[in-house]
Write a protein that binds this ligand. Structure first.
Ligand code: XMP
Length: 509
């Protein structure tokens, strides 16, 4: 196992991720763990990585490290702040650089070393620092430089390395190779961590944490909450109760499908709260998207809290928080503008006195998916497109009514099932239908129709922050349109939204 002492870089978790991708267990831990604690808690430790961080090592209140770790006879790799810390604590000097180095830089290797096996003498790396080394630490040698900095160092005798650049980001051409070198050649770690291992470890730690207590979990049917539920279920079975608030704003037959999967197939305790009427009542007459989002979010929380309070013996509240959520919420400073107030099903009701249980907190989405598959959740469930917390509440544009939701559900189901039939579903990132609050005139048979318009939306994206539209064959779109108009009573016109994000957002509201 490798541990990463966290100094607050936005890339810390990525370091862990890179190591885990090599099938070696890596864990991010607080930077102030003492050498003693490390020894005690990690008897099988193979190496330590000191992460990057936003501070300056020479500041009075800068985070530091227990210097005894340098004598533990364990390989150490300092990355960015980590390198500067090694320098600062070992007789070298770190100062503010005249020129900040941000972005791609050429790394020129000066001395061969185990860290640079199979790395060319000149390669591109990703730099992001304002401070740099101005005096080498005692007993260290320079391994590489860039135009603006000493970029890699090593202790003369010990396996203590430092790199100024971020080898963990993909912009560093040979970054993965260097991490591989550190993990396998320097730390001599073995490939022994697979998803099955993660599951085994999590099950053990959930059992220990929970003991004989009860856990409740808000199940939404989405990937994160589902995988969390399946994992906890594996650990403590019936001590877990899932509360599934059916808002009535879900896709066609979704409530039944969720119940079937978890109750019938996994034998989980799942309680379905049919709250459609409450949601529709609360949304009556409301048209403005942010107002709708707030109403849905608050009502969801209230209902969840109401139900949760019925479980007097429950001490833990499980949530499907995954790593990107952790970064996202810590980044939400007061200066960032709210484009849309996101509502996440399962969000923590504030007045509830539960201890949080978040077993997926350190995983990225694709790791969560792998865990889900390993736990036996069906593939089509694991690879479903994302579905927003407020559901059809923001896909029925304007006022939401049951009639409109029912119309939309049918149209959406046709679009999605045709994408699946034609093997297109997995080729796009998110597809759905929205119902517009507009009626237009059409003709069917010999009769005039006057019905709603809907819009098909399908985008391709990696991170959902930007997106391009999916380029379908016209003939495919025509078939979808025909089926919707023929089969869904209430819609007589279908459009295809060809707006990218930005300037559009993926959802219409
Ligand atoms: P936008 O519309 O902002 O959507 O481009 C980006 C992604 O976020 C999803 N989305 C939400 N997800 N709660 C969620 O959990 C929400 O309130 C919410 N609003 C939008 C959207 O479906 C897309 O995948």
């Amino acid at each position: 196992q490798i541990i990463i002492l966290d100094y607050g870089s936005q890339y810390t978790q990525l370091l862990a991720r890179r190591v885990r991708d090599l099938h070696v267990l890596a864990e991010v831990v607080p930077h102030n763990l003492s050498a003693e604690e490390i020894k005690k808690e990690y008897p099988n430790l193979k190496g330590i990585i000191l992460s990057g961080g936003p501070a300056s090592v020479y500041d009075d209140d800068a985070y530091t490290v227990d210097t005894k770790i340098f004598d533990m006879n364990l390989p150490i790799l300092g990355v960015c702040y980590g390198l500067q810390l090694i320098t600062h604590l070992n007789g070298g000097k770190v100062e503010k650089a005249d020129k900040q180095e941000f972005g791609k830089a050429h790394l020129i290797i000066d001395e061969p070393s185990d860290l640079f096996l199979d790395v060319p003498k000149d390669s591109l790396v990703w730099m992001s620092h304002a401070d740099h080394i101005t005096k080498m630490p005692t007993d260290y040698i320079q391994l590489a430089h860039s135009d603006n900095s000493i970029s890699a160092i090593k202790h003369q005798d010990k396996d203590i390395y430092g790199i100024q650049f971020h080898g963990e980001v993909t912009h560093s051409e040979y970054g993965v190779q260097m991490i591989k070198n550190f993990v396998f050649n320097i730390c001599q770690a073995k490939e022994d961590w697979f998803m099955a291992e993660f599951i085994k470890d999590s099950v053990k730690s959930i059992k220990e944490t929970v003991g004989d207590d009860q856990v409740i979990l808000g199940l939404s049917g989405g990937v994160d909450s589902s995988v969390t539920a399946a994992l906890i279920n594996q650990a403590i079975g019936k001590q877990l109760t899932c509360i599934f608030v059916d808002t009535g704003l879900l896709r066609l037959n979704e409530g039944d499908k969720v119940m079937k999967l978890y109750h019938d197939n996994f034998d989980m305790n799942v309680i379905r709260v049919n709250a459609e009427d409450e949601f529709l009542d609360a949304l009556k007459g409301v048209e403005e998207p942010e107002a709708k989002r707030k109403i849905i979010g608050k009502l969801f929380t209230d209902i969840f809290a109401r139900e949760a309070k019925k479980f007097k013996n429950a001490k833990f509240l499980a949530q499907g928080t995954i790593y990107p959520d952790v970064i996202e919420s810590s980044r939400q400073g007061s200066t960032s503008k709210v484009i849309k107030s996101h509502h996440n099903v399962g969000g923590l009701p504030e007045d509830l006195n539960f201890t949080l249980l978040e077993p997926l907190r350190e995983l990225f989405k694709d790791e969560v998916r792998r865990v889900g598959l390993e736990l036996g959740i069906p593939k089509n469930m694991i690879y479903r497109h994302p579905f927003p917390g407020p559901g059809l509440g923001i896909r029925v544009i304007g006022e939401v009514t049951k009639e409109k939701c029912d119309i939309l559900r049918q149209a959406d189901d046709i679009f999605i099932s045709m994408l699946e039939e034609r093997d297109l579903y997995d080729k796009v990132s998110q597809a759905f239908v929205t119902l517009l609050p507009v009626k237009t005139v059409g003709v069917m048979g010999d009769n005039r129709t006057y019905e709603y318009v809907c819009a098909l939306r399908s985008v391709n994206t990696i991170d959902f922050m930007t997106a391009t539209i999916s380029h379908f064959e016209w003939s495919f779109l025509e078939e979808v349109v025909n089926r919707i108009i023929n089969e869904v009573s209430g819609i007589n016109r279908v459009t295809y939204d060809i707006t990218s994000k930005p300037p559009g957002t993926i959802e219409w509201e």
